[in-house]
Design a protein around this ligand. Structure first.
Ligand code: DGI
Length: 151
């Protein structure tokens, strides 16, 4: 087991459809800790950096158009093996192959608009958290709001 951080983002289709609460609920119920969260509309350079590993793909332009088309809900979560476990909770990229019970299996219908993003490795998690929240803001909610004070 290893304590990890990951970057999770509700994409513009998920925000539009009112799925932010449902998605947060699933991660909280699983026992993960929310470190940071923000509703934001991102510019093309942030989107291109986020999707840099896809820059040679034929759908890269469409991907950037979509992710910048409206607000996204960006989050950093912490927990044991959270990178791998959250990918299981999210389900396969193509929702027609995603198992029922997964977020994409339950809520998404097309791979172009599949509701949610989750980092796929330690390296991409660090890069994505930094891209969206910056290094300085990447600290635990615990710093200003300890658990014993949350009632
Ligand atoms: O890590 P995933 O999000 O499961 O999948 P990925 O890293 O392989 O692809 C990133 C995103 O790119 C994916 O969530 C949806 C989008 N995508 C994948 N295939 C296509 C696509 N978008 C378009 N427009 N067309 C595609 O063929």
């Amino acid at each position: 087991m290893s304590l990890q951080r990951t970057f999770i983002m509700v994409k513009p289709d998920g925000v539009k459809r009112g799925l932010i609460g449902e998605i947060i609920k699933r991660f909280e119920q699983k026992g993960f800790t929310l470190l940071n969260a923000e509703l934001m509309t991102i510019d093309r350079s942030k989107a291109e950096y986020h999707y840099m590993e896809h820059q040679e793909k034929p759908f890269f332009g469409e991907l950037v158009d979509f992710i910048t088309s409206g607000p996204v809900f960006a989050m950093a979560w912490e927990g044991e093996n959270v990178i791998e476990v959250s990918r299981l909770m999210i389900g396969k990229t193509d929702p027609s192959e995603a198992m029922p019970g997964t977020i994409r299996g339950d809520f998404a219908a097309a791979k172009e608009e599949n509701v949610i993003h989750g980092s796929d490795s330690l390296l991409s998690a660090e890069r994505e958290i930094e891209n969206f929240f910056g290094l300085l803001k990447r600290r635990s909610l615990e710093d200003d709001f300890p658990f014993e004070d949350r009632k």
